[in-house]
Design a protein around this ligand. Sequence first.
Ligand code: UGA
Length: 422
Amino acid sequence: MTEICIIGTGYVGLVTGACLEHLRHKVACVDKHKSKVAELRQGNCPIHEQGLERLLQKAQKLEFTTNLKQAASQSEIIFICVGTPEKEDGDADLSHVFEVCEQISAHIDGKTVVIKSTLPITAIPDVRKILDSNSLSYDLVSNPEFLSQGTAVKDFLEPDRIVIGSDSDKGFDSVASLFQEIDAPVIKTDIASAIMIKYASNAFLATKVSFVNSIARLCEKVGANINDVANGMGYDKRIGKLFLKAGVGFGGSCFPKDTRALVKTGSKLGVELEILKAVDGVNTFQRQLVIEKLKRHLGDLDGKQVSLLGLSYKPGTDDLREAPALYLARDLLNLNTRINAFDPIIKQVDGFDGKLAVKEEAYQAVKDADAIIFVTEHPEFSLLDFARIKELAKGNIIIDGRNFLNGSKLKEAGFIYEGIGI
Ligand code: UGA
């Protein structure tokens, strides 16, 4: 059993803390927000993440605190899991990481400090400088996370790989020992390479998505079906089937932010990552494509009513960060379109001056709609009563932004059905 301190109780910190406790370590999770810590102490899970609530409920050696100094002093390994949100210029905002480093710098003697937050390689000298400010001896490790929202607990406990980057064997060994019970390849490397593995993995997956979305656009022109094309490509083991689903583009707190941050790092160091700039551009265009499709059917969108079904950036999460649905909503509102939305998990969206009405059920959201856009492939949407939808809606246009509905059936039922690249 190792005593561990986790700083930051966002989805990465909380999942890491709960899972390390599950692996029989003693864990103190620290957050500066008192209300969040109070909620967690009461056993309330603040995020929608499959399996997490159960882990939190049955945890015996997991505590929550706002007392960072005490938690850091009492532990052998300190994980930094605070957010690195995107700044307006595309760079990562490292202020939370630096703040934490300052606060722990007097309590790290003989300990291992693990960076789990996704931060650019160029920030490591600054991290070291802050941690060195009390001239204490510690080992620095990068142990990037590969947790997809919605499957984060499973991804932690059954990972494809564990990446540990350190300049010292002691640092590597102390982190590797935490994962002894997990059956996965452990990649031992240096800090810069560990960080690159994380960024390059996300950027590569985002590239796959934008690649397939570009091919989808061409498929529309030549009368091919991107679902069949991606399926056919995916059988090639060198390509693989995953992350080849065409649609309204990727969102979330990771792909857009990390891709742009990598571009930024490259630019700062004189390496223009043109391919990743294009990945971002294609992703933005995918949302525009939906508006173009709508215009093709409805003409001027001024005064038209559109339903947005699905708000989160993907199923299984309540996260709205960089969600394509919100970009679409903003673009539609700018065109004076009225919007009613529905999402099985999200019941309210802030920041739209009350112009984005989130209804309690899908049928309310489609009432009187000129067109319906499915933005997230929530499985429950396939089970909707489309005959009822047809009666309730004013128009008969369905845009399937994730190519997951049965288009032929919907056409038979009298809808004008459009997917992306099919
Ligand atoms: C992603 C990575 O998959 C994780 O490995 C990584 O740890 C995490 O970012 C992170 O850096 O923290 P996540 O953002 O939760 O995880 O979601 P993904 O499942 O990767 O999906 C990202 C976006 O791509 C979603 O909007 C999804 O709808 C879209 N996508 C995914 C597609 O449009 N097509 C696909 O074929 C796959």
